[in-house]
Design a protein around this ligand. Sequence first.
Ligand code: NDP
Ligand code: MG
Length: 327
Amino acid sequence: MKKKVIILGSTGSVGTQALEVIESSSELEVVALAAHSNAELLTKQAAQFNVKHTALAAQDDISEFVKNTTADIVLNAISGAAGLEPTLAAIESGKDVALANKETLVVAGEQVMKAARDRGVQIIPVDSEHAALHQALQNISPDLIHCLILTCSGGPFYGRSRQDLEQVTPTQALAHPTWEMGPKISIDSATLVNKGFEIIEAHHLFGLPYDQIKVRIHPQSKVHGIIQLKDGNSILVASETDMKIAIHYALYYPHRQPTNLPHLDFDESWTFTKPTSEPLEGIELGYQAGRANKGAEFVAANDAAVQDFLDKKISFLQIYEQIKSEI
Ligand code: NDP
Ligand code: MG
């Protein structure tokens, strides 16, 4: 029997890549698709994958849609805090969650992880760093962990002066050096607020205190996550810079399956450094918001600030100022 998958946010960057993964799989079947308002693409996808159940958040209740559709796993690739309720609906209705929507955990990590534990469902991260850590942590007892390391490409502006950063335009901030992503997460990667979110996401997913979660700049984006063990060993998980690899892992978990996805050539140098250059504030704000339990405020303030930046109402560095005033 094929594993039945619901894709939320199917018209976005992660959603369309998930459909590519499913298209080339003989063991996964997409049974329902949802998006916000892109009816044209949703209809096209439904026809292509022979999907009978579709919903648009602009007119339907996505949480009810999730609860009322029979499936084994829900891939939540919705952007923003709107992803939280559908995640809770999936958990409540006993479906595993392949979670790309990091805001779910940043906004309400404790509640979501408790609901998943109580209901006995799995939350399998799709965010590449967390998918890597999830793999590294298989069969590792929590009291053996010294720390987790999230890698970070640094984004398009790492190492620039504050003076330079003040002049950055939305077009420049939308171009990421290593990953191809939706517009919102591209800006968050440029400010490194994305890494701030990921620190909070890791804290909740893996149940570790913030002191045991570190970030290292790794511009090649090949090693995605590292765990350091108390016995002196480190476990690194590396792959090509392709979200389909993390999506594939999460949809198949706990099984592994061969794919035609690219392999690493191991023909280049990899570097890891402590984050010491600008822009650093995105990371610092993540620790600050996480420790103060203000993930929801962090997400909301960043959403508003990013929109203002895209509308050219504020400068790049003012994004941080606006967030700081809210958390
Ligand atoms: P996109 O902006 O490319 O796509 C967002 C998707 O969500 C679209 O399908 C959109 O529909 C849909 N959507 C938006 N609001 C709602 C809503 N209220 N209800 C239902 N569907 C909605 O985003 P990404 O694919 O880049 O990112 C998705 C999530 O994955 C984010 O949380 C992001 O942080 C995370 N992520 C993304 C990565 C990437 O490489 N892109 C990597 C790691 C994590 P419509 O098209 O109709 O607007
Ligand atoms: Mg990530």
